[in-house]
Design a protein around this ligand. Sequence first.
Ligand SMILES: [Zn+2]
Length: 159
Amino acid sequence: MGVGYDLHRLQSGREMVLGGVIVPADKGPIGHSDGDVVLHAIIDSILGAAALGDIGGMFPDTNPAIEGIASLEMLRLAVERIQSRGWAVGNIDVTLILERPKISPFVEAMRDTIAAALGIGPEAVSVKAKTNEGLGEIGRGEAAACHAVALLRAASRAR
Ligand SMILES: [Zn+2]
């Protein structure tokens, strides 16, 4: 098992992408990639579960070859890496912390998108969202954060 966490500052005029889904919002994350906090937290959780370091080690922001890479592609590459070590993703649980907009209309699309990238069914991907009750940077809408937990299983020897 592994745990992941990510946070991005939010800025006007940036597109909000969460769990690989574009969410209409007045602000979006600042970041080297699309700044998808959900996918970045998941990547760290699966790399962590396999003790394969973290997203910064796998995708250093000094590498021009990955400038502007979509986080969904980063997730697929991270899954390939853990699979190459004999692991498969079992299930994922995510808690997104964001003041606005309301995330519930997008949760099913996020679960489907994440599950497809992981090569598992959406029933094995949980996405939960909450606000920070107006407190701190997240509560003021200046940042979005996400926690993720991943369970890996040993892949079948036949594969
Ligand atoms: Zn990030």
